[in-house]
Structures are given as C-alpha cells and as structure tokens.
Design a protein around this ligand. Structure first.
Ligand SMILES: [Zn+2]
Length: 349
C-alpha cells in the first residue's frame, strides 16, 4: 500500500521535499524552544527525547499526504542574531534565535488579539484558583472572568476581520456590521453572564444557562463568520484553513462540555479532582486558542504588507480604540454588578 502511494505521489525529490519540511518543523521546534527558554538546562533524558521526536517526525513524513496537512510554521529565519538587537533584549551566551517584534499599525489587531488571549486565560485562572476565598471574592472573580470572555471575543473578532477575512465577505452586510456587532455582542455576553451569576442561586435553573449560552453563541456565530465563509468557499489545500477548521472543531467540543455536566453526571464523585466536564471544556478551549493563534500568525504573515492599504490606517486605529472602549464598558459593568452583590451580602448579614 505504501509503495503504491509512493509511486502515485511521484518523484524522489517530492519525497525529499516532504522530509525537508518535517526537518524544518523539528528545527523550528528546537529553535523556538531555545529562544523562549534560553536558560533551560537540558538533561540527557530530555535531549534524547527531543531526538526521538525528530526521528518520529521524519518517519511520519514518510507517510504519503501527511506533510500536506502539517501547518507551515515560521522558519528559524524569522529570528535574528543577538548582535542585531539592543543589548537589553540579549541573553547571556545566546547568539542567535532572538525574536524582533515591532508594533506597527498592521500588527496592532494581532497585538490586541494576543493581549485578549492572555487576559482571558489569566482571569480564568484567577477565578478558578481564588473563587472560594469569600462570597464577595467568588462573585468579583467570576465577573472578572466574564470580562475576560468579552475581551477575548472582541480580540478574536479584530484578528479575524483584519487578517482572515475575504474581500467579498467584507463587502457583505455581515462584513459591514461585523465590528460594531461583535463589540455589542461581546459586551452583552459579559453583562448577561454577570446578571445570571448574580440573579440565580443553586440549584441553578435552566434559565441561567440560557442567559449564558444565547448571547455567547450569537457572539461566536458572528465572530467566526469570516473564517466560516473562507472554509466554505476556499479549497482546503491551504494548510492555514486546516488550522482554522481545527479551531472551530475544538470550540464545538469545548461548547459541548461547557453546556453539559458530563462525565461527572454519570460518575458522581469520581471526577471531583480530575476529569470534570469544566476541566475538559478548558482543555478544548485552550486547544482552540492554540490553533487560532497559529492560523492567525500565518494569515498575518501573508497579509501584513497589504493590511494598512486594504483597511486604512484610521480604520485600524478606530477598531483598536473600540477594543479599549469595550474593555472599559465590560469592567464598568462588572464593577456595578460587584456593588450590587456587596449590597445584597450586607443586607443578608
Ligand atoms: Zn472556567
């Protein structure tokens, strides 16, 4: 079966191209690892595991068609020598592999997207780790978590709009109303999640989930529309579309585990520490963000030269300004809801 596929694939040079791309991938993994963790001391065990990884990737590359599905990752050439950056950014004994990131008008939506991802992840970690400190802390941190969700929704919308959308989609009615609609729905998601948290007590009625799920689902449907349009109208030969398809698939799985209390419903008491549905939801959401980040970087790399020309500098600034307005509006909503909780708790005392 292997020989048949190899023959139908064509020449040796094609196979060696595939092996080269796999080798570049493993080189990129190693160079990225060293540039992000320059002072990491590697034991022989770790080194041998890395070389096993290289070997396995090479073997994987021998499988026909597989390399077509591997995303095209940035080459190590995207980094520069230590001597090419100011001494502030250098690390002792690190000669190459330093990243040089400059914030330009074209990269502003990408920066806001990355900032929004970090915000939602940090707020979510804070909420889950510290929520049981006191009743007021519990409410305050979950309100902050919903601010993170709204900020992330709008961060994704900016990235999708400026880097991942097709001109014909931008000319449609959805494209024209996309950014104001996405900002409005992001704020609505935050507000209705805060309200549902404040309004309902355990055992939670179904209405609480509806308050959480409906605005969030509407926001997602709009935010993903430029990507969905591309997935439907373009050929999936482009590896970036595989990354986008994966981000959608992981989000669907995350939404499923967010909405249904499985597997704990079938094994009460057995998923208390590991395996709880909400943990599975967060794992799938993190995988969705990873695929989205990879896809966004690839789309940015491809379109960065034309972004300002296509959208105009002032429109990008306006969109960035609306991001901070959304942050302000969501934080204000959370602060007001916290005040309402505080008054209620005082009354109950
Ligand atoms: Zn959570």
């Amino acid at each position: 079966m292997y020989e048949k596929s190899f023959d139908s694939e064509g020449s040796d040079s094609e196979m060696s191209n595939k092996l080269n791309s796999i080798e570049r991938f493993s080189q990129w993994c190693r160079s990225s690892f060293f540039s992000y963790f320059p002072s990491f001391t590697m034991s022989t065990g770790v080194l041998s595991r890395l070389s096993t990884l290289t070997l396995s990737l090479q073997q994987l590359g021998q499988l026909p068609h597989l390399s077509n599905w591997l995303p095209r990752l940035p080459s190590p050439q995207a980094t520069v020598r230590a001597s090419e950056v100011p001494s502030l950014f250098r690390e002792p004994y690190i000669m190459t592999g330093t990243s040089r990131l400059t914030l330009t008008v074209a990269s502003l939506p990408l920066f806001l997207y990355v900032l929004s991802s970090l915000t939602y992840l940090s707020f979510s970690v804070a909420a889950h780790l510290l929520q049981s400190h006191s009743e007021l802390t519990h409410y305050s941190l979950f309100f902050l978590d919903y601010v993170g969700v709204a900020v992330y929704q709008y961060g994704c919308s900016l990235g999708h709009y400026f880097y991942c959308s097709e001109p014909e989609w931008r000319r449609s009615l959805v494209g024209a109303l996309f950014l104001p609609g996405a900002a409005m729905l992001a704020w609505l998601s935050c507000t209705s999640c805060c309200y549902a948290k404040f309004r309902y007590r355990r055992p939670y009625p179904l209405r609480r989930k509806i308050y959480q799920i409906i605005p969030t689902s509407l926001a997602y449907l709009l935010d993903i529309s430029p990507v969905a349009h591309r997935l439907v109208t373009k050929s999936w030969d482009d590896p970036v579309l595989v990354c986008h398809a994966l981000q959608v698939a992981f989000f669907m799985l995350a939404a499923l585990f967010f909405s249904c209390p499985v597997p704990e419903r079938f094994f009460p008491g057995r998923c208390d520490i590991i395996g709880h549905g909400h943990q599975i939801f967060h794992i799938f959401l993190a995988m969705c963000t990873m695929c989205q980040l990879q896809a966004m970087f690839q789309d940015f790399a491809e379109h960065q030269e034309s972004v300002v020309e296509v959208h105009g500098k002032h429109f990008i600034y306006l969109a960035a300004g609306s991001f901070f307005l959304l942050v302000l509006g969501s934080v204000l909503t959370a602060v007001l809801m916290r005040g309402a909780v505080q008054r209620l708790l005082r009354k109950n005392d």
